[in-house]
Write a protein of this length. Structure first.
Lengths: 264, 199
């Protein structure tokens, strides 16, 4: 059976994109994801690690979870009104993630920059899981997945997380999981929600082979471990699902002159 | 996520289509015809959550969202409509015409090149409509003029052409209608003729 012209040109186009990606592999940057509950120390480590990479002459971009300039205002307004259901929460965060992946992360990696994500895909999945959302459905919402080269999970107990967060502020409604715990005290709700969240993170860390770092060790000890992990990580070929995500992104850059994308 | 059952005394009817400005008036006509003076009902329309309204009012300098992001946002809006409009009405035994509903979201996603499997799984949270209609729409439209505020397809087309001249609104519309044609051929929907809508 002969292929229709549309299908044939689509396949040819996709093959061309995959070839461009293969050629870019050696020049691409690395994606390093720091995961963990609030108060686990990932932001401190992100800042330290960024400085260290910069002193090693790497060009570095940081990415913070839930900070798409397009979607963040939508989420903020709805969180303020306490109007999000767990599934709406998942969909809006998935939209935020996708937008950031496409406008910040993939272009930076393509341009050969190091990207440090302070909360990445697993932050969304862990929170969705802790809210009782079906993991397979949530994974689909976040697809095509784009896997980090290094994924670090900072493990702290629910109590440590609660103490660290409570020393600075009253946990907010959704951060404390008050939408699902039915507990009116934000501190107690937070502690219970963190217990669920930690279970989700531990499961994800095991399933997706993240490196777990004890977030209760000294800041310097954690930082030293991260440096070591980075040195050992090396650059491996992108997994198939990363290439799928890249093909989708690159396909939309087709009108951009190839030189602007750094393609020779 | 398994498809949630409507599990209620009410009836859910979908009206799908490309033309945003036609969906609500046609939905109201369809509702009147189906009610025929009995019972109560209502039309649930696009952007009840205000997500797309807020995006229209937002900063124009922000890089535009991709088709996948636009579909995720449509799903979030639909989730809102189900929670606040559709399910409560169904639970009270009302008739709800959802205009548009799931198939318009899937049709746009397919038209923009997204995988059908992803789309179907994404919308699996929505209960199946008892009956699915589609608007009767003109196929040939030259120089299609539209505004972002008119509906989902219009919003998406304006958004995509702002991000890249490679997108052609007429082509996206034609592909969306092509998806609905194929759905109709498979018996997944039927055209809302003048007779069905009431003269």
């Amino acid at each position: 059976m002969s292929k229709s012209p549309d299908l044939k040109s689509h396949r040819e186009n996709e093959d061309r994109l995959r070839e461009l990606i293969r050629r870019q592999e050696s020049k691409r940057g690395l994606l390093i994801a720091f995961e963990g509950a609030d108060g686990s120390g990932k932001t401190t480590q992100r800042k330290l690690f960024k400085k260290w990479l910069q002193t090693s002459n790497h060009e570095v971009k940081s990415f913070r979870w839930a900070s798409s300039p397009l979607v963040k205002p939508l989420i903020k307004a709805r969180k303020g009104a306490h109007s999000l259901s767990p599934q709406e929460y998942c969909l809006l965060y998935a939209a935020d993630f996708r937008h950031q992946l496409e406008i910040k992360i993939l272009p930076a990696l393509w341009a050969g920059k190091m990207v440090i994500a302070d909360g990445y895909l697993f932050t969304g999945l862990a929170r969705d899981g802790a809210r009782g959302t079906n993991l397979n459905w949530a994974l689909n919402a976040y697809s095509p997945l784009f896997w980090p080269d290094v994924a670090v999970y900072f493990a702290v107990s629910a109590e440590t997380s609660r103490q660290r967060v409570a020393s600075e502020k009253v946990p907010k409604y959704y951060d404390a999981g008050m939408d699902v715990t039915n507990i009116d005290d934000p501190y107690e709700s937070y502690r219970q929600f963190m217990t669920r969240l930690n279970q989700e993170y531990q499961a994800l860390a095991s399933i997706f082979q993240m490196t777990t770092i004890d977030g209760e060790l000294s800041i310097y000890e954690q930082h030293r471990t991260i440096r070591q992990l980075f040195r050992e990580a090396g650059k491996r070929p992108w997994a198939d699902w990363n290439i799928d995500a890249m093909v989708e992104w690159l396909g939309r850059q087709l009108q951009t002159p190839e030189a602007q994308l750094g393609i020779e | 996520m398994a498809s949630n059952s409507a599990a209620s005394k009410g009836r859910l009817v979908a009206l799908e289509g490309a033309a945003g400005p036609e969906l609500v008036p046609s939905g109201k006509r369809l509702l009147d015809q189906l009610l025929r003076g009995r019972d109560e009902g209502g039309v649930s329309s696009f952007d009840a959550s205000g997500i797309f309204f807020e995006l229209r009012k937002g900063d124009k300098e922000i890089p535009q969202p991709s088709p996948r992001t636009l579909v995720l946002l449509y799903a979030a809006d639909l989730m809102f409509r189900l929670r606040w409009e559709i399910r409560p009405a169904l639970e009270e035994g009302m008739l709800v015409v959802a205009a548009p509903y799931v198939d318009t979201g899937i049709a746009f996603g397919k038209a923009a090149g997204l995988p059908k499997r992803w789309l179907v799984e994404l919308f699996s949270f929505a209960p199946r409509a008892e009956q699915v209609y589609r608007l009767k729409e003109k196929r040939e439209i030259s120089g299609w003029k539209f505004k972002r505020s008119q509906g989902y397809l219009e919003f998406c087309c304006k958004t995509l052409i702002a991000s890249s001249p490679a997108w052609h609104p007429e082509e996206l519309r034609e592909r969306l209608l092509g998806y609905l044609d194929a759905l109709e051929r498979r018996g997944g929907c039927q055209t809302a003729t003048e007779k069905i809508l009431g003269r």
